[in-house]
Design a protein around this ligand. Structure first.
Ligand SMILES: [Zn+2]
Length: 372
């Protein structure tokens, strides 16, 4: 047990979410519990992870969730291991919600994206169709997030672009999308910053500079692609060529990377397999499965095109595997699925209680020690 690797989960604790600051010590080796010196609360080792209050061992649950993240049907796990299907479904739900928190905490941080490709998948479920829109950073192959909705409309695209905005620094950025009309207006609405002038009223919103949008529309004949039309909806040809040159090998705009990612998701989420019989009942299940597969893809699965070559002394090649999260600088190693499921997402920093008058000496001390 290492107190420097855990953090306090008490929402009322001033030291909440702080790791390695000396406020945590071991409370019980037998029960594997820690205690926080600041708030005096004890908590178990697995709090904040997928394994909190589960009766099955963590290694076993990890194996089952790994199977689920690689498209093993729940019915197969039930038949092979004799576990109740509701238990397996609850693990999948827990893992999906946990991965969503990890994704929002680690991936949705501002970074220079260069080029983003976005696309939607049509998903058949029991009683209808839902749409799953996703976005990818081309240079690092990082999955930036996805949204599930009953309609393929402007609201779906706006929610997706808002996720991309959380991942983006204000740098030149190229969007390559399909021909859906909603993209241009959604990008123009979301990528704006308020300009505060000190006057009363809502500040004026100014769009980010150097945002380019290219829409790639394929022409089909007898279900075969016979031509591709590229429309520059925003930006100049020169800006687009510069960003394409910076982020990919070819000079033509395309959406091949996000379509390849769609293929990965289709092969790893059993409900997305075409003409399959494992249809979903609820769109929440699809969202949870999407976050599980997307986070495993980002952190745990080495990407072949990201690997780096190392020349040894005898001039032979040694390939170093790399994941999208490593290429983006989020981590320095390939995570195991257990590491991902055990990652404790810290709570946002504590805020002193609001009341009239000057804050007390004790509150000032706590704020100085733990918030600043
Ligand atoms: Zn505490």
């Amino acid at each position: 047990m290492d107190p420097n690797k855990v953090l306090c989960h008490n929402p009322d604790c001033p030291a909440r979410g702080k790791k390695g600051r000396g406020n945590i010590r071991v409370h019980s080796l037998k029960q594997r519990r820690y205690i926080c010196n600041v708030c005096g609360k004890t908590f178990t080792e697995s709090q904040g992870t997928v394994f909190y209050r589960l009766r099955y061992p963590a290694e076993f649950v990890t194996q089952m969730i790994t199977l689920l993240a690689y498209a093993c049907p729940i019915a197969a796990i039930v038949a092979a291991f004799g576990i109740d299907e509701r238990t397996v479904a609850s693990w999948q739900r827990r893992a999906g919600l946990h991965c969503q928190k990890v994704h929002e905490h680690l991936v949705q941080q501002p970074r220079d994206l260069g080029q983003v490709q976005a696309d939607e998948i049509r998903v058949k479920h029991q009683g209808g169709i839902v749409w799953m829109a996703m976005a990818l950073c081309v240079s690092t192959r990082l999955w930036l997030g996805g949204v599930v909705s009953a309609c393929r409309d402007g609201n779906l695209i706006t929610r997706l672009i808002q996720q991309v905005r959380r991942c983006a620094l204000c740098r030149p950025l190229l969007f390559c999308t399909d021909g859906f009309k909603g993209y241009a207006s959604a990008i123009q609405n979301v990528f704006r910053t308020p300009i505060f002038t000190g006057k009363l009223g809502r500040p004026q919103l100014r769009m980010w500079d150097n945002i380019c949008i290219v829409q790639v529309v394929k022409e089909y004949s007898s279900k075969r692609v016979v031509g591709v039309i590229r429309r520059i909806t925003q930006g100049t040809q020169k800006q687009v060529q510069l960003l394409l040159h910076k982020t990919q090998n070819t000079a033509q705009a395309h959406v091949a990377y996000i379509e390849r990612l769609n293929g990965t998701f289709r092969s790893r989420i059993v409900a997305l397999i075409r003409r399959g019989r494992c249809l979903l009942r609820q769109s929440e299940t699809l969202q949870q499965a999407m976050y599980l597969v997307g986070t495993v893809y980002n952190f745990c699965a080495p990407h072949r095109s990201l690997r780096k070559v190392l020349y040894l002394a005898d001039n032979s090649k040694h390939w170093i595997p790399c994941t999208p999260a490593m290429a983006s600088g989020i981590t320095d190693h390939i995570w195991t699925v257990q590491e991902l499921l055990s990652y404790q997402v810290p709570l946002p920093p504590w805020e002193p209680p609001k009341h009239r008058g000057r804050p007390s000496k004790r509150i000032k001390e706590l704020t100085n020690q733990w918030v600043t």
